[in-house]
Design a protein around this ligand. Structure first.
Ligand SMILES: Cc1cc2nc3c(=O)[nH]c(=O)nc-3n(C[C@H](O)[C@H](O)[C@H](O)COP(=O)(O)OP(=O)(O)OC[C@H]3O[C@@H](n4cnc5c(N)ncnc54)[C@H](O)[C@@H]3O)c2cc1C
Length: 533
C-alpha cells in the first residue's frame, strides 16, 4: 500500500540547499517560516564542491568598474549591464557577511582578505579558503540555518513538479510543489506563499561533467512545465580538465595547474596546444576545451594528459595537496605520471528567466543561483561570479518575497499515482539516462553543427515520448523524476543551440563560426508542452 500523502504549508518553500537556497532561507526567515527541501544530503551541492572562490571588489587596487568591465567582456555582448552593475556593487557586502557568518576566508597580515587572481579578472578579487572555498561557505551557511528556529530542512525530499493555479482555473501562479520523500516513497503537497527554485545546474545532461549527481536541471524543467520562460541554455560552460578515471566521477583538475606550468599532451607524449593558440596550454578555458575535444575526436582516444612531472615534486605536493591526494588514492602520482583529463560540462549560463529580484514571470515563483537566468553571465561566465550571483540574488529574492500574497485553491488535489506499480525495470532508466548523456556529449557538446544538432533533436524527441509513457505508468521514483527532467533540459539545450545561427561565447558551431550582430539577443523558450500536471 502507498504511504499516506501528506499536506503541509509554509510561507516560503525553497527547493535546493546550495549557496543560493541557504542564503535566501537565512534572510527570509527574518519575516516568515521557511521550508528547504533538498534531494539528498544538504551538502550534496555544487556549492560544496566549488574550489576557487567568490569574486568581489575587496582589494585597494581594484574598482567596481574593473569587475563590471571584466564581466561584460567575458559575457560577449549578452550580459545585462544593469544586472552586472548591481551584482558587482552589492557583492562585497555579502562576502563580508559570509565572513561574519563564520566563513574562514584567507587573510593577509593586516587582516584584510587575501585575494586570488583568476582568468578573465584584471585584478586580484577572489576571496577564498584554500582550494575548498565552497565547502567552507556551505558549512557556515548550513550551521546558521540549522540554528534558525524559523527554518526546517527536509533532506531526501525531491520536488517533482510545481503547483499551479492554472490547474484550478486561475492564472498560472505557483503555490508550492509536489515533493517526494525518497525514503518512504510518499508524495507530499507543500503549499507556500512563494516558491523559490535554487536547484543549481544541469551538468548531468552530459556524460562528462564536473557537477555532482544532483545537477539534473530540475528547476529549469519544473519552471518550464509550469509556463515560465527559460533563456540562453545553449551557453554551457565546459571545463577543459576533469580527471578521466573509471572511479573518479567528476573530479576537477583546477586550471591553476596549467598556470603553474602543467603542459597538455597526447597519448604519445607530444604537445598539441601550439597548433590551436599561441598561449599553448595557457589559452583561455573555451579554446583549450575545444582543442582537446578536437584531438579526442580526431584520434578516438579516451583522454589527453596534463603533465606536471617536469616540475619540482615537493612544490606540486605543497601547492595542490587535495588534487595530489585524490589522484594518488586512484593510483596516479602526479609528480611522476601525467594526469589523464577530459573536458566536462561545468556550468549552465542560462536558466529560468528572472528580474533583478529573482522573480520569474509566473506569480509567486522565484529562481536564484545557477538555475536562474538573471543576465549576469551573458554568453560566458567570468570565473567565480556564480557564487556571487547566488548570494546577491538570494538576498534580493528574500526581500521581495515579503510582498507575495498567498494564492491557493481551497482544496489541493493530491499527487495521483494512478494504478502505477513499482517499476522493476531500473535498467530502462539507466539505459535512457546513459543514452541522453552520450548523444548530448557527441552532438551538442563543445563543437556543434547543424547536422549534429538535428541528429540529437531527432533522438531526444523519440526518447521523451518513451519516457513520458513510462513515467505515468509507474510509481514515481527520484530516478524517473530526474530522467524526465534531464530529457526535457536536453531538449531545451538542443532547441536553443538550433536557434542560434552564430558562434558566440560558449556556443560554437562549425556552420556559423563567426559572431553575427543579428544574434545579439537572448534565446528565450516558452512552454509548448501543454499545461503543468
Ligand atoms: C567542481 C566545481 C567547482 C566550482 N568552482 C567554483 C568557484 O570556485 N567559484 C564560483 O563562483 N563557482 C564555482 N562553481 C560553480 C558554483 O559552485 C555553482 O554555480 C553554485 O554553487 C551553484 O549554487 P546553487 O545554490 O545555485 O546550486 P547548488 O549548490 O548546486 O545546489 C543545488 C541544490 O538543489 C537541490 N535540488 C536540485 N533539484 C532538486 C529537486 N528537484 N528537489 C529538491 N532539491 C533539489 C540539490 O540537491 C542541491 O541541494 C564550481 C562548480 C563546480 C561543480
Amino acid at each position: 500500500m502507498l504511504p499516506r500523502a501528506d499536506e503541509r504549508a509554509t510561507d516560503y518553500l525553497v527547493i535546493g540547499s546550495g549557496i543560493a537556497g541557504l542564503y535566501f532561507a537565512l534572510r527570509a526567515a527574518e519575516h516568515g517560516q521557511v521550508v528547504v527541501v533538498t534531494k539528498k544530503r544538504p551538502s550534496d551541492t555544487a556549492t560544496d564542491w566549488a574550489q576557487g572562490g567568490i569574486a568581489a571588489v575587496l582589494g585597494d587596487d581594484d574598482s567596481l568598474q574593473g569587475h563590471i568591465d571584466d564581466t561584460l567582456l567575458v559575457g560577449d555582448g549578452l550580459c545585462k549591464p544593469d544586472i552586472v552593475e548591481l551584482c558587482v556593487r552589492e557583492g562585497p557586502a555579502h562576502v563580508r557577511n559570509l565572513a561574519a557568518l563564520g566563513v574562514p576566508f584567507e587573510r593577509d597580515a593586516r587582516g584584510e582578505f587575501e585575494l586570488g587572481r583568476e582568468g578573465g579578472h584584471s585584478a586580484r578579487r577572489v576571496a577564498h579558503h584554500k582550494d575548498t572555498t565552497g565547502h567552507a561557505i556551505h558549512a557556515a551557511l548550513f550551521a546558521a540555518v540549522e540554528r534558525h528556529p524559523n527554518i526546517a530542512v527536509l533532506p531526501d525530499h525531491i520536488a517533482i513538479d510545481l503547483l499551479s493555479m492554472a490547474k484550478y482555473g486561475g492564472e498560472p501562479a505557483c503555490f508550492g510543489a509536489y515533493v517526494l520523500d525518497t525514503r518512504s516513497g510518499a508524495v507530499m503537497t507543500l503549499a507556500a506563499r512563494a516558491t523559490v527554485l535554487a536547484t543549481g545546474g544541469s551538468g548531468k545532461v552530459y556524460i562528462y561533467t564536473s557537477n555532482p549527481d544532483v545537477a539534473t536541471g530540475d528547476g529549469v524543467a519544473m519552471a518550464y512545465r509550469i509556463g515560465a520562460p527559460v533563456a540562453n541554455l545553449e551557453f554551457v560552460q565546459f571545463h577543459p580538465t576533469v580527471l578521466y578515471h573509471p572511479h573518479a566521477k567528476s573530479f576537477l583538475i583546477s586550471e591553476t595547474l596549467r598556470g603553474e606550468g602543467g603542459v597538455l599532451k597526447l597519448h604519445d607524449g607530444s604537445t598539441f596546444m601550439e597548433r590551436y593558440d599561441e598561449r599553448k596550454s595557457l589559452a583561455p578555458r573555451d579554446v583549450v576545451a575545444r582543442a582537446i575535444d578536437n584531438e579526442l575526436k580526431r584520434s578516438g582516444a579516451d583522454s589527453v594528459f596534463l603533465d606536471m612531472t617536469h616540475l619540482d615534486g615537493a612544490f606540486v605536493r605543497g601547492r595542490f595537496p587535495t588534487i595530489f591526494e585524490r589522484c594518488l588514492a586512484l593510483g596516479i602520482d602526479i609528480t611522476k605520471q601525467p594526469i589523464p583529463v577530459v573536458p566536462a560540462a561545468h556550468y549552465q549560463c542560462g536558466g529560468v528567466v528572472t528580474d533583478e529580484h529573482g522573480r520569474t514571470p509566473v506569480r509567486n515563483l522565484y529562481a536564484i543561483g545557477e538555475c536562474a537566468h538573471t543576465g549576469l553571465h551573458g554568453a560566458c561566465r567570468l570565473a567565480s561570479n556564480s557564487l556571487l550571483e547566488g548570494v546577491v540574488f538570494g538576498a534580493r529574492a528574500a526581500a521581495a518575497v515579503q510582498h507575495a500574497e498567498l494564492l491557493r485553491p481551497a482544496q489541493v488535489v493530491p499527487w495521483a499515482p494512478g494504478d502505477a506499480t513499482d517499476s522493476d525495470d531500473a535498467i530502462v532508466v539507466a539505459l535512457n539516462w546513459d543514452e541522453v548523456r552520450r548523444f548530448m556529449w557527441s552532438y551538442v557538446g563543445i563543437v556543434r553543427s547543424d547536422k549534429r544538432i538535428e541528429r540529437a533533436r531527432h533522438r531526444i524527441e523519440l526518447m521523451r515520448q518513451e519516457i513520458d509513457e513510462y513515467y505515468w505508468d509507474f510509481r514515481v521514483t527520484s530516478d524517473m523524476v530526474e530522467l524526465r527532467n534531464l530529457a526535457l533540459v536536453a531538449h531545451l539545450v538542443i532547441e536553443s543551440a538550433r536557434r542560434r545561427k552564430e558562434s558566440r561565447g560558449l556556443h560554437y558551431t562549425l556552420d556559423y563560426p563567426d559572431k553575427d550582430p543579428r544574434w545579439l539577443r537572448d534565446t528565450i523558450l516558452h512552454q509548448t508542452d501543454g499545461p503543468a500536471p
